[in-house]
Design a protein around this ligand. Structure first.
Ligand SMILES: Cc1cc2nc3c(=O)[nH]c(=O)nc-3n(C[C@H](O)[C@H](O)[C@H](O)COP(=O)(O)O)c2cc1C
Length: 229
């Protein structure tokens, strides 16, 4: 296991997450989600404790985070990137939410990080799940994005009436996706009000008729996050 896959997860209950996640990056800021990923120590699921001390300049656990500098919103407003539907299953339940904070973060080994808000129902399941599935949507996928980004799975079944199948590790795979991959969670990292889940893309599928670009943050700006703080 590589070094980046070690650490420990800090107490999620100490955070309330942010609201409208996802956004073009900026939590608190420009867009939605809440995620200014700023405070918090390292995390991970391999049991290496220790790295929970805040980095210099970051608030201690439980302390109020500093608001982002005003210019940060202007920076994030210039950003556009794909949105993803991240699904998982654990304890006989399934969950999924729209995610804008996500990116490939390693070539060898192949790793992709998705950042889940501690406020989300999906995060609660993902904490104990073995596998996550990460879906890209096409330009006509706004309704799917709204279903997963605008509603909370703690209050309703987002999969009801939807065409999906049980995929690797039991993670739900959406038939309407442009492409998806799924695989084991190889590590976690506490970034503040979001936690990064490092996923190994062990299984992949791309629509034979796939045409990009995929649905992006700009296409989803009208969606109000279903699990605001
Ligand atoms: C454009 C957009 C981007 C989002 N990005 C993220 C994200 O990166 N991480 C996250 O945890 N939630 C993100 N969200 C918020 C969740 O998708 C939303 O709160 C969802 O309703 C949570 O569902 P759940 O409580 O069933 O998990 C985003 C929402 C929108 C509209």
């Amino acid at each position: 296991m590589d070094h980046s896959e070690t650490g420990h997860e800090t107490d999620p209950g100490a955070h309330t997450g942010t609201a409208r996640d996802g956004g073009v990056a900026g939590d608190g800021g420009t867009a939605r989600d809440g995620g200014v990923a700023r405070d918090g120590g390292a995390a991970g699921d391999s049991g290496t404790a220790g790295d929970s001390a805040p980095a210099p300049g970051d608030p201690a656990e439980g302390a109020s985070p500093d608001p982002p500098a005003a210019g940060f919103d202007a920076f994030t407003a210039l950003v556009d990137s794909p949105v993803y539907v991240v699904t998982t299953a654990a304890g006989g339940e399934r969950a999924g939410c729209l995610v804008g904070f996500a990116a490939q973060c390693s070539l060898a080994p192949a790793r992709f990080a998705v950042w889940l808000s501690k406020a989300n129902h999906t995060y609660r399941l993902a904490r104990t799940a073995q596998t996550l599935a990460v879906h890209l949507l096409d330009r006509h996928g706004h309704a799917l994005a709204e279903r997963f980004g605008g509603h909370c799975g703690a209050r309703e079944d987002k999969f009801a009436g939807l065409d999906w199948t049980e995929g690797p590790g039991g993670a739900p795979v959406l038939a309407g996706a442009l492409a998806w991959f799924a695989g084991p969670v190889r590590g976690r990292f506490d970034g503040g009000d979001h936690v990064a889940f490092l996923v190994e893309p062990a299984h992949t599928w791309t629509s034979p008729t796939a045409e990009g670009p995929a649905l992006s943050l700009r296409d989803a700006l009208d969606i109000t996050a279903g699990h605001p703080r």
